[in-house]
Design a protein around this ligand. Structure first.
Ligand code: G6Q
Length: 546
């Protein structure tokens, strides 16, 4: 019923991968490109995606062994357990069914003997009606004015997904301006409030638990501000909520018609497809929201039904494990070549690092191998003018995902070829590097003196052999974006399965939720209790200035 507990390092393929690593580790990607028997294995075309995996330090044997590792870790068993609602989130005793939320109307997924699709469909209908009513002006504020702005109040999984998608799909925006308040830092909420007209703003409180300190503090600050402007009765008209906690919502004063349910079998960081995406639907219209879901659903089908050899999330996960566990590359960068995806790295940081940042395996034993990588990145070409120096010439190996689109969105965009020439040139340069000969010839051709060439050349050499995956997608649309995000979700899952960890709990985040309340009490009472000497002194300092 639950996931199998297989230590990957005890498998035959892991042992073979270790031996194979010694043989291949110093090979050049540029020679591997020529040596591979079947180059098609390293380039996958699926729907609007072309995924080029050929600029990696892998050969036919590496791929075969990695695929064997997936088999030995019984990945297919794990995939079907996830999709069919088994309790694979063992430490929280929950199924993991974000894939059900975006599945088609006609599908059937049973949980505790009940098909959950009709109730999910009901929520989708509610999101659709609410979106259309707000956009058409049928639903208005308390002074009978049409809404012009919406504010999503949430944090973590109740913020990062919606904020990333709303930013990514800005081109498809409706007339509504969308804002996000997340941090418990009062300056954040106050800066947002400054821009708002209370009469024309709709607030959506998104909190699975409805107990999160940040979200409730921000919601209350906003509620008080709104009441001071429009009077007590305005709350029912200006607030909506997305949560599993009906009682707390009622207590807050939100009209039950504006309440959207969540399910505990959808993890926060995987919840943008559910009612948590209400701000997405309002921001881009329900059809676009639905297309986002359809795109994700297509990737779900690809992941479920495609053999591992041409399965995009499986291959990306295995290649990432190859660098993480054999090359000991600690980090991985994601570089989207579109400004629209500027929040993707932050979103993936949560999705990947919260899911696979675990050091205890599914048996409860401390692992003696590496698990979740550190994820970071920024958009190209901005990143080229910032941290690319370290990727090209630093001491660390940083495998990168390059994400680019064949077509720009704006018809008048005459700069797209410039953007994309950077995209292609960078992955080529990262692989090829620049040899001493090339450096010397280049300097000679610009009439540099021999003396100067000798003193300069060492600094201008690029070792190359830096691995990249290239994802070339036709166009940034709600559908392709849905597929892209679902692709990363499945990659996370595959890695977690192979590392023998639980990807769907987050005890480290839960800890953060408890820690602050004790200190806050001490601050409020101006009474510092027992802490270590460093913390006590910092608290004394803080209180002496307040
Ligand atoms: C996500 C995490 C976490 C969570 C936030 C907000 O997977 O569990 O980021 O989404 O802590 O929680 P609430 O939605 O309950 O406010």
């Amino acid at each position: 019923m639950t996931l199998k507990k297989i230590n990957p390092t005890q498998t035959k393929s892991w042992e073979k991968l270790n031996d194979h690593f010694d043989k291949i580790k110093n090979k050049k990607i540029k020679s591997l490109l020529e040596e591979r028997n079947n180059p098609d294995n390293f380039n996958i075309t699926w729907e609007d995606f072309n995924v080029d995996l050929s600029k990696n330090i892998i050969d036919d044997t590496t791929l075969d062994l990695l695929l064997q590792l997936a088999e030995e870790c019984e990945l297919s068993d794990a995939i079907s357990k996830q999709f069919y609602g088994q309790v694979i989130n063992e430490t929280e005793n929950r199924a993991v069914l974000h894939t059900a939320v975006r599945s088609l109307k006609s599908s059937e997924i049973e949980l505790d003997g009940v098909n959950i699709i009709p109730s999910l469909e009901k929520t989708r209908e509610k999101i659709k009606d609410f979106t259309n009513n707000v956009l058409s002006g049928k639903l208005k504020g308390s002074t009978n004015k049409k809404f012009t702005d919406i504010v999503n109040i949430g944090i973590g999984g109740s913020d990062l997904g919606p904020v990333m998608i709303v930013e990514a799909l800005k081109y498809y925006s409706t007339s509504l301006k969308t804002h996000f308040v997340s941090n418990v830092d009062g300056d954040h909420v106050l800066e947002i409030i400054k821009k708002l007209d209370p009469e024309t703003t709709l607030f959506i409180v998104v909190s699975k638990t409805f107990t999160t300190q940040e979200t409730l503090s921000n919601a209350n600050t906003i509620k008080n501000w709104l009441i001071s402007k429009l009077g007590k009765n305005c709350v029912v008209k200006h607030f909506a909520a997305v949560s599993t906690n009906e009682n707390a919502i009622k207590e807050f004063g939100i009209n039950s018609e504006n309440v959207f349910p969540m399910n505990d079998w959808v993890g926060g960081r995987f919840s943008l497809w559910s009612a948590v995406g209400l701000s997405i639907s309002l921001s881009v219209g329900y059809n676009n929201f639905n297309n986002l879901l359809l795109g994700a659903n297509k990737m779900d089908d690809h992941f479920k039904n495609t053999s591992y050899r041409s399965n995009i999330p499986v291959l990306l996960a295995l290649i990432s494990i190859w660098y993480n566990n054999f090359f000991k590359a600690e980090t991985q960068a994601v570089i989207p070549y579109t400004q629209y995806l500027n929040r993707l790295p932050a979103y993936l940081q949560q999705a990947i690092m919260e899911s696979n940042g675990k050091s205890v395996d599914r048996n409860g034993d401390t692992v003696d191998y590496q698990t979740g990588n550190i994820i970071w990145g920024d958009t190209g070409t901005n990143a080229q003018h910032a941290f690319f120096q370290l990727i090209h010439q630093g001491t660390k190996l940083i495998p990168c995902d390059f994400i680019g689109f064949k077509k720009p969105l704006h018809k008048e965009n005459t700069q797209h070829d410039k953007l994309m020439s950077n995209f292609f040139a960078q992955t080529e340069a990262l692989m090829m590097g620049k040899t001493e000969n090339e450096v010397v010839n280049e300097l000679k051709s610009s009439n540099t003196s021999t003396e100067k060439i000798d003193s300069l050349k060492a600094f201008k050499i690029f070792p190359g052999n830096k691995p990249t995956n290239t994802l070339l997608i036709n166009k940034l649309s709600p559908e392709s974006l849905g597929s892209l995000i679902a692709m990363y979700e499945h990659k996370i899952f595959v890695q977690g399965v192979i590392w023998n960890i639980f990807s769907y709990d987050q005890w480290g985040v839960e800890l953060g939720k408890q820690l602050a309340s004790k200190v806050l009490k001490e601050i409020n009472e101006n009474k510092i209790s027992n802490h270590d000497s460093s913390t006590s002194s910092l608290l004394k300092n803080y209180l002496s200035n307040s």
